[in-house]
Design a protein around this ligand. Structure first.
Ligand code: ADP
Length: 177
């Protein structure tokens, strides 16, 4: 048990977050520039419960977090009810609608479904602190940043898996590695 605690204290957010090295990149949405069709393709080609929203692919600055469920419901509703929202419509999470050519289809504004202050830790945050935050705030997921750039995500299940892995490890190997 002591060995387990020792290991737990020495792991950092970067050791638990996804994606791992070999995984596909983090699936993110940009705050503007993506079409309804592109967002639908991204959401439908993955099973993630949520998606970070960033300023741009280049900057990877975090803007917020949207739940898969809310995205699908909003797009579905907009397609049914909002005059003119089609696959080519731009999805915008910004406060103000972007300027578009006159002949562009109306944008779909989704700022309202975005969590504007998702919880974040840095890649170097010790896991004991991260676990404590999850427990105390009842988080489902938390985002990981480095110098203000989005790096990854940690879900409650990722933490449980990490803890199970530690529990299964040979205590000797933990103490002497
Ligand atoms: P859970 O961990 O409860 O199954 P998810 O289905 O959201 O929750 O996540 C499944 C796995 O994918 C987790 O390991 C998580 O860290 C990772 N993940 C979650 N969201 C994303 C995302 N947008 N891009 C890449 N990986 C993600």
């Amino acid at each position: 048990l002591e060995a387990k605690e020792e290991f737990e204290y020495s792991s950092l957010a970067v050791d638990v977050m996804r994606p791992r090295r070999a995984d596909p990149a983090l699936a993110v949405l940009t705050q503007e520039g993506m079409t309804v069709g592109e967002v639908e393709t991204l959401v439908e080609s993955t099973h993630y419960s949520g998606f970070p929203v960033v300023v741009s692919q280049e900057s990877q600055r975090l803007v917020g977090f949207v739940l898969r469920r809310d995205l699908l419901i909003s797009i579905d509703n907009a397609r049914k009810r909002q005059e003119g929202v089609v696959s080519a419509s731009q999805v915008v999470f910004t406060e103000h609608a972007p300027t578009q050519p006159d002949d562009a289809p109306p944008p779909l504004r989704l700022r309202g479904i975005m969590d504007l202050s998702p919880f974040t830790v840095t890649d170097h945050t010790p896991m004991d602190i991260t676990v404590d935050i999850f427990r105390k705030l009842g988080l489902r997921q938390c985002l990981v940043t480095h110098n203000g750039r989005l790096l990854g995500i940690i879900t409650k299940k990722d933490i449980l898996k990490h803890m199970a892995q530690i529990a299964n490890r040979d205590p000797e190997s933990i103490l002497f590695n």
